[in-house]
Design a protein around this ligand. Structure first.
Ligand code: FMN
Length: 181
């Protein structure tokens, strides 16, 4: 097996990763959306997730200042809007207005949920780790809920849940099959 050097693309070896729409607010409560693929559960007890946000993103400023975010999980049908939210900055545009996505009140935090998404994880920042280009925001999970028709027995139905994954750049993937050992 010949192995080619991919150091410059090392992060792509860890893709595909679910496409996520992370909402945050500014000091006046104005919401923003950033598309994020670099995220992971980080602890079960207490429940903690980690998202990696580049320091120059507008969302980085909002999450740093207000200390809360919501991870919203879109389906394949929302990928155009995810691409939009992942290529323009909330410093320049109102992404809720431009995408037509619906902001609805969250259960435990100020940033809104995105109504069209099929699951939501509401978080309060517990700790920020400077990783270099990106900051890792460790968020204590205050609430998490999902579409009962797509998430059953503590698992996504695959392929019915119709989740969308990011490969890198403009490339995406969907899940074809679930198997159980
Ligand atoms: C599919 C996809 C995944 C992305 N993942 C991340 C990520 O994990 N972290 C990050 O900082 N930016 C990521 N980006 C880029 C940001 O979403 C993009 O820079 C966005 O315009 C920043 O918005 P903001 O300035 O309003 O916060 C991703 C973009 C796309 C399209």
């Amino acid at each position: 097996m010949a192995k080619v050097d991919v150091l410059k693309a090392f992060s792509r070896l860890l893709h595909p990763k679910p496409v996520l729409l992370v909402t945050s607010v500014d000091g006046e409560g104005r919401p923003n959306i950033i598309t994020v693929a670099w995220a992971t559960p980080a602890s079960v007890d207490p429940p903690v997730v980690a998202i990696c946000v580049k320091k120059d993103r507008y969302s980085h400023k909002l999450i740093s200042e207000t200390g809360e975010f919501v991870i919203n999980i879109p389906t394949r049908g929302l990928v155009d809007k995810a691409m939009y939210c992942g290529t323009v900055s909330g410093a320049d545009v109102d992404k809720f207005r431009e995408t037509g996505l619906t902001a609805a009140p969250a259960r435990a935090v100020r940033p809104p949920i995105i109504e069209e998404c099929v699951a939501h994880i509401e978080c309060r920042v517990e700790k920020s780790v400077d990783a270099g280009s990106h900051t890792i925001f460790l968020g204590r999970v205050l609430a998490a809920y999902a579409d009962e028709e797509r998430f059953q027995n503590r698992m996504w139905l695959v392929p019915e849940a119709d989740l969308v994954l990011h490969m890198g750049g403009r490339s995406y993937a969907t899940l074809a099959e679930k198997f159980t050992l």
